[in-house]
Design a protein around this ligand. Structure first.
Ligand code: F6R
Length: 612
């Protein structure tokens, strides 16, 4: 959600913090602020509602000069996104300054307690309560480190924090519980961030904090401890991607870049993991649990949003090719409905960011109940990736656009690889089928590129439909979840209401919505459901709905029923969701840009949802 950046070293911190915040803005973007310690050890701060870029010009660079500072880009949880509620927050004595990501659940109780001690508050935020709580302990103990520690032992909820103390101006203290936080080790400098994207142009050497840990950072040294005051030794890790990967590289938006990157991203997902001669798949990260996977009596797939859609496709794959009963759960519901989970169950957690709070909570619940947990994650070293029993990275590369695109198709590819691995072992996929799938995989990226190369065709359709108020997306089998995903993409970046349904379900209610103003997107591959889809199309046509069909190139019949056709190359059913997703991504992208929407940072959204 929110983004945190901090700097301590020899350089002026403001620009470094600003550049970092710009890179993190995709995580949250309703307000931003910085606080910097100047040469006279005063803490100066500026914060405002709005996007980082817009605010940059308003910051007084002289006032905010200094070599130690913290900054924040916010996605509001407590208190509306206005100047006052923006971070950093101060305690009432202006001794402690803090930026915070997460939610302090017991902040009302703590606020009451502090009010009785004479503390006053000037914002609606939970964060200001924490600043005052630290100051409360500081006044008693006279130590910044002890004050932070004691305050955090009283806090319930989640946090990633970075704080400054006017009385101890030579350090930044950071701490984490449920919200990602790391620091990069440069030459005589340390850069703090909630995401490696803000660190990578300074250093690739990072240290990730774990839950329940804090770090005391000075310009040339650091110390990691638990909140209970035990010393921690932590290995330095290397960030695996390069700066270019998180820049737009000539594309107008990150989302467009990421859609177009998909052929390469998919190649990265399967590279080195499949033997093309035999179709045998080996996923190194799953070696330790492979016997459990092969003998699984039940698999539960879980995630949120787009990742949940990927899970639905995974259910079709695993049941069809591996004959393993598979269930899909919303991660946000999982732990609240007292799920029946057995020790033999495999729970697969799907998450691009690896930081989604609900998915992480589902993981903890699954572990508590004794299941084997497996991650399908993009961000290397993320919380979920580190907490699962075993996992496979999708290797999609950094995804900055808030709407997930390449991560979705790479999640589908990872699920396909897991399916092939299990199916081969169980004998539910024949040798010849395996070989056929492997052969198709070799040409899949080129087929994806063929769709991408024709992206300009979508602009015309986008112009036609940019003023529509509603859309329906219909698909069957493997492509029903793709319909859901297409509808989600349109909703989130163009603010047009859209729903996805299994095509046959339309008759059970949604058909009442059909009139000449309703565009209906049909995903109509030439598979065993094709004739049924055609019947569904006719039902819509009879009621004057506008038909946009995603159809294969060899389909000469579809033009008799469709107002618009978006062509995709033919492929095997297991890969059809991957190809069919791309036209839907472009459709939403071009409709959103035709409506002048901010596709990379849609309103009210944030890239990784680290609060429940
Ligand atoms: C939609 C989208 C979200 C995420 C969801 C889960 O385009 O991006 O629905 O898929 O918030 O996020 P991750 O995959 O990071 O757990």
């Amino acid at each position: 959600m929110c983004g945190i950046v901090g700097y301590i070293g020899k350089r002026n911190s403001l620009q470094i913090i600003f550049d970092g915040l710009k890179r993190l803005e995709y995580r949250g973007y309703d307000s931003a602020g910085v606080a910097v310690i100047d040469e006279d050890n005063n803490i100066n701060s500026f914060k405002k509602a709005g996007k980082v870029k817009e605010l940059e010009v308003e910051f007084d660079k002289d006032l905010l000069a200094g070599k130690i500072g913290i900054g924040h880009t916010r996605w509001a949880t407590h208190g509306e996104p206005n100047d006052n509620n923006a971070h950093p927050h101060f305690d009432m004595n202006k001794n402690i300054t803090i930026v915070h990501n997460g939610i302090i659940e017991n902040y009302k109780t703590l606020k009451k307690k502090l009010s009785l001690e004479g503390f006053t508050f000037s914002t609606d935020t939970d964060t200001e309560v924490l600043a005052n709580l630290i100051e409360f302990h500081y006044k008693q103990k006279g130590s910044f480190e002890i004050a932070v520690r004691l305050a955090l032992t009283e806090v319930e909820g989640t946090y990633g924090i970075a704080c400054l103390c006017k009385s101890e101006p030579d350090k930044i203290i950071i701490a984490r519980m449920g919200s990602p936080l790391m620091f990069g080790l440069g030459k005589d400098e340390i850069i703090v961030s909630s995401d490696a994207a803000a660190i990578i142009n300074h250093t690739k050497n990072v240290i990730y904090l774990e839950d329940g840990e804090m770090a005391i950072l000075k310009k040339d040294s650091f110390q990691i401890k638990t909140i209970e005051d035990e010393d921690i030794y932590r290995e330095v890790q290397k960030i695996e991607y390069d700066l270019e990967e998180i820049e737009k590289g000539g594309f107008e938006h990150f989302m467009l870049k990421e859609i177009c990157e998909q052929p390469e991203a998919i190649r990265n997902t399967y590279r080195g993991r499949i033997n093309f001669e035999t179709g045998v798949v080996k996923l190194g990260g799953l070696e330790s649990v492979k016997e459990k996977l092969f003998n699984a009596k039940r698999i539960i797939l879980t995630g949120c949003g787009t990742a949940w859609h990927a899970a639905l496709v995974g259910e079709y794959m695993l049941e069809q090719y591996c004959r393993i009963p598979t269930e899909v759960e919303y991660a946000s519901e999982f732990r609240y409905r007292n799920p029946i989970i057995n020790k033999d169950d495999i729970v697969i957690l799907i998450s691009q960011s690896g930081e989604t709070a609900d998915t992480h909570a589902a993981l903890k619940e699954a572990k508590k109940l004794g299941a084997t947990t497996v991650g399908i994650v993009n961000v290397v070293g993320s919380t979920i990736a580190r907490a699962v029993d075993a996992g496979t990275y999708i290797h999609a590369g950094p995804e900055i656009g808030v709407a997930s695109t390449k991560a979705f198709t790479c999640q589908l590819m990872s699920l396909a690889l897991i399916t092939l691995m299990i199916g081969k072992n169980k004998g539910t996929i024949s040798e010849s089928e395996l070989k056929e799938i492997a052969d198709e995989l070799k040409v899949l990226p080129d087929k994806m590129k063929q769709i991408i190369d024709k992206r300009n065709d979508y602009k015309f359709i986008a112009e036609e439909f940019k003023d529509s108020r509603n859309f329906l997306y219909l698909g069957r089998g493997f492509n029903f979840p793709v319909a859901l995903e297409g509808a989600l993409k349109l909703k989130e970046i163009s603010y047009i209401h859209a729903e996805g349904y299994p095509a046959a379900e339309m008759k059970h209610g949604p058909i009442a919505l059909i009139d000449e103003n309703m565009p209906v997107v049909f995903i109509a591959p030439k598979d065993k459901t094709y004739d049924k889809i055609i019947s569904n199309i006719e039902e819509i046509k009879a009621r004057k709905g506008k038909i946009i069909s995603i159809a294969t190139e060899d389909d000469n019949e579809i033009q008799n029923y469709s107002d618009y056709i978006l062509r995709v190359p033919n492929t095997l059913p297991i890969f059809s969701p991957i190809l069919n997703s791309i036209p839907l991504q472009f459709l939403s992208y071009y409709i959103a840009t035709a409506r002048d929407c901010n596709v990379d940072q849609p309103r009210n959204l944030a890239k990784s949802v680290t609060v429940e």
